[in-house]
Design a protein around this ligand. Structure first.
Ligand SMILES: Cc1cc2nc3c(=O)[nH]c(=O)nc-3n(C[C@H](O)[C@H](O)[C@H](O)COP(=O)(O)O)c2cc1C
Length: 222
C-alpha cells in the first residue's frame, strides 16, 4: 500500500446524494464492516453497533422516516452543533451552495432547498441504510471511535465501488429510530450511512467539496 494508492481512494470517495436501486451483495457489505472495524478505538472497546436495512425493509424504513419527519420535530440523541461561525460557517455555506448549484436550486429558493434537504429522508434513493450507535456510557469518546468507523466504512465501500453518505439528518429523529429498530436506550444513535451504487449522471453527484491545506489547521512547534 502506498500513500498515493490511499490518496486515490480518499479522492474518489465523496458523499453520494443519488443512488441506483441495485442492492449490494451481502458478502460485500460484510467485507466493508470487517474492514471498517479495523480502526483504533479507546481501550479497543469497538463501541460501534450497526443496524443495516436491505431490500423492501429499506423502502419500508424510508416511508416510515418520511412520515415521522412530517409528523414530529427533530430530537437527536447527540445534540446538534449549537452554531457554525467564522470559517466553519463559510465552509458549511460553500458546500451547501455547491450542492444547490449542482441541482439547480437558486439563492432564495426556499421551496427548492427544502425539497433537496428532504432527500435526506428519502435516503437519496439508497438501497441500504446503516444506523450507527454507541454506548451512552462511553460518551464523547465512544462517538469519537465511531467517527473513525464511519470514515473507514466509507473508504472500504469506495474501494469496492460502493457509494456512501454519512447522514446526521437521519439521526435527528432519535426516539423514532430507537422504537423502529429496537435500539436500546443505553445507546446513542450517532448517524446513518446510506449506501449503494452511485447514480453517476445525477446532478447531485456532480460537484466535489474542497479541503484546506495543512497550513490552515496546523501549528508547528519546532
Ligand atoms: C457525521 C456526518 C454527518 C453528515 N450528515 C449529512 C447529512 O445529514 N446530509 C448530507 O447531505 N450530508 C451529510 N454529511 C456529508 C457532508 O456534508 C460531507 O461529508 C462534506 O460536505 C464533505 O463532502 P464529501 O463527503 O463529498 O467529501 C455528513 C457527513 C458526516 C461526516
Amino acid at each position: 500500500m502506498t500513500l498515493s494508492a490511499l490518496n486515490s481512494l480518499l479522492d474518489q470517495r465523496h458523499s453520494c446524494r443519488a443512488f441506483l436501486s441495485d442492492p449490494v451483495p451481502k458478502d460485500q457489505i460484510n467485507q466493508i464492516l470487517t474492514s471498517a472495524a479495523r480502526v483504533p478505538s479507546w481501550c479497543n472497546a469497538q463501541p460501534w453497533n450497526v443496524t443495516i436495512t436491505s431490500g423492501p425493509e429499506t423502502d419500508k424504513f424510508r416511508k416510515a422516516l418520511q412520515d415521522e419527519v412530517t409528523a414530529d420535530t427533530p430530537s437527536p440523541d447527540l445534540p446538534f452543533p449549537a452554531s457554525y461561525s467564522g470559517i466553519y460557517q463559510e465552509r458549511r455555506r460553500e458546500c451547501g451552495w455547491a450542492l444547490y448549484e449542482a441541482v439547480g436550486v437558486e439563492r432564495g429558493d426556499r421551496a427548492g432547498s427544502t425539497r433537496q434537504m428532504m432527500e435526506n429522508f428519502a435516503l437519496f434513493g439508497a438501497p441500504h441504510c446503516a444506523i450507527i450507535s454507541s454506548p451512552t456510557e462511553l460518551g464523547a469518546y465512544g462517538a469519537m471511535d465511531c467517527g473513525g468507523f464511519v470514515t473507514a466504512f466509507t473508504l472500504a465501500a469506495q474501494a469496492l465501488g460502493i457509494a456512501t453518505i454519512p447522514q446526521a439528518a437521519v439521526a435527528s429523529y432519535g426516539p423514532f429510530l430507537h422504537r423502529y429498530f429496537n435500539i436500546p436506550d443505553d445507546r446513542l444513535i450517532l448517524c446513518a450511512i446510506s449506501f449503494g451504487y452511485a447514480d453517476k449522471d445525477h446532478p447531485a453527484n456532480r460537484f466535489r467539496t474542497s479541503r484546506a491545506a495543512p497550513d490552515a489547521f496546523v501549528e508547528w512547534v519546532d
